[in-house]
Write a protein that binds this ligand. Sequence first.
Ligand code: SF4
Length: 685
Amino acid sequence: MHTIMASHAGFCAGVKRAFKMTEEMAGHPGKWYTWGPLVHNQTVVDYFSRQGIRPIEDIDDISEPAGLIIRSHGVAPEIIEEARNRGWQVKDATCPLVKKVHVIVQTLAAEGYDIVIFGNPQHPEVKGILGWCGGEATVVSGLDDIKNLNYSRKMGIVSQTTRDEKEFYEVVKGLLGRTDELRVFNTICYATQLRQNSALELCQEVDLMIVVGGEFSSNTTTLYKECLNTGVRTYLVQDAGDLNPQWLKGVKIAGITAGASTPDWIIKEVLCRMTEYEEKDIQQEVQEQMQEQVPEPVIEPQQEETGSNERPAEEANEELFARMEAEMAEYETPGRGDIIKGTIVQVLDDEVMVDVGGKSEGVVPLRELSLAAVDSARDLVSVGDEIEVMILKWDDDGTILLSKKRVDSKKVLDQLEEVFEKGETVSGTVKDIVKGGLIVDVGVVGFLPASHIEDGYVKNLEEYKDKTFNFKIIEFNRNKRRGSQVVLSRRELVLAEKEQQKQEFWDNIQEGQIRLGKIKRIVDYGAFIDLGGYEGLLHVSELDHKRIEHPADVLKEGDELEVFVLGVDTEKERVSLSRKKLLKSPWEIALETLKEGDIVDGTVVRIAPFGAFVELDPGVDGLVHISQLADYRVEKPEDVVSVNQPVKVKILSVDGNEKRIGLSIKEAQREMEEQEVEEYLEQQE
Ligand code: SF4
């Protein structure tokens, strides 16, 4: 047995396009539905159901706004309008060839023609066409239906795209006697015609025809009937499972065709099953005839005759389709939610008039002009500016209410969605404090939960207000109607930044460096100094050369302080600091200020057999030798001075290297007495 495939079978361009658009929507956010089954083929419907896209017959079936895909058959404009009014997104996959019929009937209705639609009144495509001429048309499905038609002065006829051309012209002929003027639009799709022609040709070569497709598909059933009418035994199968091997008994050549709503994978499945039957058939023949030569099984596409114009016809059809698609885009009236371009023709304080290219004018009220609040539209735009606007509403007088703000918002959301998907960061300014976090302006309003502001608890949210930071987007939902669409976080970035700072800190810190730090915490044994990402310890003993009772006596939390790096332990991650190292020692100060011959105040701090030690400054002592205690011979220093006694001393010598200062009480007293005598004598004179 040979199996021959019809040269034109399966998905047409319109169905392919709708199928592709629906597949794209499967990965799109939100819930999506098709208006009725996408095509009249249960396998395709099941395929999309598994991806979450189910058919609906009524918008009321779904309570929440969702996405609606209009299948290639098209729908009445009211359905699209209703969906948009309810906040649904609409993806219009109406076949451009069907859309062309919509435009024709709209024009005929506007010009006062009585419209006749040749087709099945129950078919969704016909219902859609009726909607585009306001329901003012008569649907006829055959010659019988035109008998009762009233006489009309001018009449126009279109056809359901999948109808038989011969029948269409029979109806046209029948209408001729019923009107003065008849405008005929043959809107039958070439794709359907091609499938029918190639199936009919194939019928002349085969003993059996298999038509693959849904039983409710108009073009499939037409194909089936056409093949049956040729007298060839014909079966309609939905898929390979419907094939009955009994049908093939005695069949030498079988033909396969498929309706425009039948996907490739089903056709291939049927073809494969037929091949299996062929092989069984051959094996049986081999067994029966043993020595007989058995021809190779052949599956071949229907041969196109040399010089045949079928291939060019197919190409012409594709070309026509592409052209239609482009033309239809111009015919389309933008609807609610569509974004269009326009030129500003007038700017007032509270609104902007926009020329959107049609007969109607658009108005953008001030509140819909920009995401930021402004006092006057004149501050933002000027006459002649080109802007993109979203249609909010068509008024009865033809005025269109527009929004630029929503287009801007959509663009910002598009960018934020990309940032979210790529895991990048976005900059934003904290605008307000609300329960549980902060409101951040990232082009649109974003929410920053309090737990995501820093890497720990934040006590005072006020200090973040009006400041700009970078954020990660941790939740993005552009379909959410309530609450925040964009949820932000700084925590991860703060942690990463800290880790980087820490790494840099340990790479750069070295003993002997002088660093500027911030006093973080004061404890009894010292203070922790933030050196920019990491804390070092400043021990109390390293605070000063003199003894410090408590670090808080000389330090204050939050103050900045220069410190000397005493030691670095990278393994234990410890840094010891000193403030003392950066202060002059009492001896250094003393050496700068004390000069030999000066008489200064001091306090006796210790007594030794050879003299008394006198403190001149904290930490700086000098020695008054026993011979310098008085101007008479002293047996024991205690006879002249006692500990804690304040004394006047003359500096006899300063040895900076040895840190020794020689002092004399005797000399100081003598000089002071001489001074007194001198002053007295000066007064006498
Ligand atoms: S009009 Fe033709 S191309 Fe468009 S969906 Fe119908 S059969 Fe397919």
